[in-house]
Design a protein around this ligand. Structure first.
Ligand SMILES: [Zn+2]
Length: 295
């Protein structure tokens, strides 16, 4: 059977048609235009699916990757940066328009399944896929299947408490991992330390050329990142002991994570024999659409 995957993003909707070995037969991108509202988005997704079904010579499975969580009780989208989706029965509404069953899951789980089937974590049984970007999320794959958990929160390490009474998180609690190592948190921290606004990319790119009076700020910023990343991920390893961890999202492009970061993780794990592979993703921004196809 061929597979259709749809990745619903804040600015674009991407669709892919894969054959049974995972080769792309067709790939399409359309703008999300979220200002046009919910019905418009549903119609566009349904039309994109129909178009890909038309191209496929055989029956297809259909999977959709969405931003935000899906309530296990109501099937409705719970939190999403595309506000018009919140509270909507997106899955049912798309199914009604195309008269087929679909699978739907969040971006962290789609990332994890994509990297485990086709990417960096291919061949590992238990995989923890990590997204560190605007937010911090994760997905757990066990023997090729997403492990959702009873409440569909499995893998949500971004809201583990790193510092009790630490920084306020949008989730209502304090000191969550996300408020320390997400992209925006790291940029805010740089501003607090160095008194200047810089993108994460520039903080890293200019680290070597910083004037002497700024170098101490960079060292502190980096030490905090390495320490927080190490403790947060070691906590996950202590519980799950995965065969491999794959990093994705904008922060995963920071080279420090793959030497000093991994060392810090290993130092914090409850074992002297830790050798968990911590890998950079292979699929990049395409993980969402491939993951959707493999739901
Ligand atoms: Zn939180």
């Amino acid at each position: 059977m061929n597979r259709i995957g749809i990745d619903l993003g804040g600015t674009k909707i991407e669709g892919i048609l894969l054959d049974k070995t995972g080769n792309a037969l067709e790939r399409k991108r359309i703008p999300t235009n979220r200002k046009n509202g919910y019905e418009y988005i549903v119609d566009n997704i349904a039309n994109l699916i129909k178009e890909l079904q038309g191209i496929s010579k055989t029956d297809t499975s259909i999977g959709i990757c969405t931003p935000g969580a899906i309530s296990p009780h109501t099937g409705r989208i719970k939190n999403s940066n595309t506000i018009c989706l919140i509270g909507q029965p997106l899955k049912e509404d798309i199914e009604a328009r195309i008269a087929c069953q679909i699978k739907m899951d969040n971006d962290a789980n789609c990332f994890a399944i994509a990297e485990s089937k086709l990417g960096a974590a291919r061949g590992y049984n238990v995989v923890f896929g990590v997204i560190i970007g605007t937010g911090v999320g994760g997905g757990i794959i066990i023997n090729g299947e997403i492990h959702h958990g009873r409440m569909s929160i499995a893998g949500e390490w971004g809201h583990h408490t790193l510092f009790p009474n630490g920084k306020q998180c949008y989730c209502g609690r304090k000191g969550c991992v996300e408020t320390y190592i997400s992209g925006p948190s790291l940029e805010k921290r740089w501003q607090a330390l160095a008194g200047e606004t810089k993108s994460l990319r520039d903080i890293i790119a200019t680290a070597e050329q910083l004037p002497t009076n700024m170098q101490k700020h960079y060292i502190k910023w980096k030490e905090e990142l390495v320490s927080n990343f190490g403790i947060a991920l070691a906590n996950v390893i202590d519980i799950l002991d995965p065969d491999a961890i794959v990093l994705g999202g904008g922060v995963s492009n920071i080279p420090i994570l793959y030497d000093e970061g991994i060392k810090s993780v290993y130092e914090n794990v409850f074992s002297t024999e830790v050798d968990t592979p911590i890998l950079k993703n292979k699929l990049g921004d395409s993980a969402g659409v491939f993951g959707a196809a493999y739901l």
